[in-house]
Structure formats: C-alpha cells, structure tokens
Design a protein. Structure first.
Length: 301
C-alpha cells in the first residue's frame, strides 16, 4: 500500500495515462494516496489511448464539468482501407477490397469539411447509455446498437503525416468528440474506411502532456507537490476578488452585490491570494448568488 497524504487535500492532478490502463484504474491508483478524499477524472481515455488525464481530488471533484468544457488536443494514427466494429485495432478489423488510395491533397481538402459544429454518430463501443445500459455492453452481447448523431465541435484538423495506409492527424476539438469516429467519417467521405491504431491526448485546455506526471513510482510527496490549485479548472472564466464580508455572506447561501468584469452568466470568486472560494450565478439587479462554495486556507475572522 502506498503512503497516504494525511492532510486535507483538494486540487487537480495532471496524469500521463499509460497504454493498456483504464481511466478508472488511474483514478483508483490516485485514490489510494488521498483517501478519504474523493477523486474522479475529467474525461475518459480508452485503454488503447495515452496522454493527459485530469484527475480532480477532494473539493475539486465539483469542478470536473469545467475541465470537461476545455478544448482537447489529440494526435491520432489511423489505418486506411479498413473497418472495425470498435473503430480501432482492438476490434475485428476487416480490410476492404480494392479501396481507393486518397492523395494527401484529397485528405487535406476533405478535412476542412469537418471543421466547426458537425453531427457525429458515436461508436457502438462507447460508454454512452442506451435505455440504462452501456452501449459497449450491448455491442459485446451481439445486440444492434444504433446511436443517434449528436453535435460536436471540431476546431482544427492537421495532417501530421501520411504514408498510405497510415495517416496521422492532430485534432483539436470540444467535449464529447470521438476521435476514432472522426477518422471513420473522414475516410468514408473519401470512399474508404479507417481504424484508429493509436491515440495520444496531448492537452486538455491548460493541462499539457509535457507537464503531466507518471503514475509509475509515484509517492505521496510527489503527488502533493504536483497537485495544482482548483482555480486552474476555471482560469479562463471571468473572476472577481471577494473580501471576508462577501465570502461570509455567500457561505450562508445569500447573494451579494458585485460588479462583474464583463457580461457573463457565470462568475468566479477568488480570495485576495487567488484561491477559488465561490462559483456564482446572477441573482438579478447586479447581485450574485453562490452555486458552489469552497473551503480555503484563509480563515474568516
């Protein structure tokens, strides 16, 4: 058993998930260090995939949705002229007969049609629920899974390398995007198929792979040193500094009068030292009420 962190702990850990490990398993490893504090991840990576997995700990688990909103960057490798029931090489791969071999120029042109808000059909082997059951459980049981397309945001697609049949892409996208499905659809638009053979998530917002920590050999001391402030999860949102009186009022669930720096439906409250203490929403007539309050090291006197 690893040594535990005994002090109250809250923050965000940027983990480099290794191949072959589930996202849940990563959380379990972190959890052993921080019990009884809670831990949860902000966006699943398939076992095949590697890269940034943001783990929120303690009070910061209430910020998971904010990390999930951040744009994500992936580098995916695909094999053209193939299909798979899982849309990656871990499923049953079937090679197509006499498929076309797209040119680099054709791929570049086709990629532009997938930018912006697109309708994407999620893969049958996904964690989405169908009538209360995981889609991948139904698919593994041999049942037909027909998931409705849904809107996703694609901010950029860049071809990093192409030597048929291997295609490498850098994709910047919003929450809920399935990269293997994007490869599938891009290939289908070129009259062929594609399966994903590798995937690396290189960034989630400000959390980058270059700064991610490895789980192997992790100690309680290193985890504590690597822990980032909960405020990093909301760094891009409009914020105000709250004094002790305002913080006390919000802690009682009451609203305060505050001038926001810009028009917004969401306001972040910080202490004078920059600690996250509240997430606020409009209460009318220039007033703001708490959605979430966070305990901070600065005492209210």
């Amino acid at each position: 058993m690893p040594e535990r962190i005994t002090l109250p702990i809250s923050g965000i850990l940027n983990v480099a998930k290794p191949a072959g490990m589930t996202s849940r398993r990563v959380v379990d490893v972190v959890q052993r260090f921080v019990r009884p504090a809670k831990a949860g991840h902000a966006g699943t990576l398939d076992p095949l995939a590697t890269g940034v997995l943001v783990v929120c700990i303690g009070q910061a688990t209430r910020l998971i949705e904010y990390v999930q909103r951040m744009p994500k960057t992936y580098e995916g490798t695909f094999l053209l002229s193939r299909t798979s029931d899982t849309e990656d090489v871990e499923g049953t791969v079937v090679e197509l007969e006499n498929p076309p071999q797209p040119t680099r120029a054709a791929i570049d042109e086709a990629a532009t049609k997938f930018l912006g808000t697109i309708q994407q059909r999620p893969p049958a082997y996904s964690a989405l629920k169908v009538q209360g059951q995981r889609a991948y459980d139904l698919a593994r049981a041999g049942k037909a899974v027909d998931l409705a397309p849904r809107p996703v945001e694609i901010y950029g697609i860049e071809v990093l390398g192409y030597a048929y049949p291997e295609l490498r892409l850098r994709i910047r996208c919003g929450s809920g995007t399935y990269v293997r499905s994007l490869g599938r659809d891009l290939a289908e638009s070129l009259g062929t198929g594609a399966v994903m053979s590798a995937l690396v998530r290189t960034a989630i917002g400000c959390f980058t792979l270059a700064e991610a920590c490895d789980l192997e050999g992790m100690t309680a001391e290193e985890l504590s040193a690597r822990l980032q402030s909960p405020s990093t999860a909301v760094a891009g949102l409009p914020s105000v500094v709250l004094d002790e009186r305002e913080r006390r009022t919000l802690n009682f669930g009451q609203s305060i009068e505050k001038q926001a720096p810009c028009a917004t439906d969401e306001l972040i409250g910080l202490t004078e030292s920059g600690e996250l203490c509240s997430i606020l929403e409009p209460a009318g007539e220039g007033r703001w009420k708490p959605v979430n309050n966070f305990a901070v090291d600065e005492p209210l006197v």
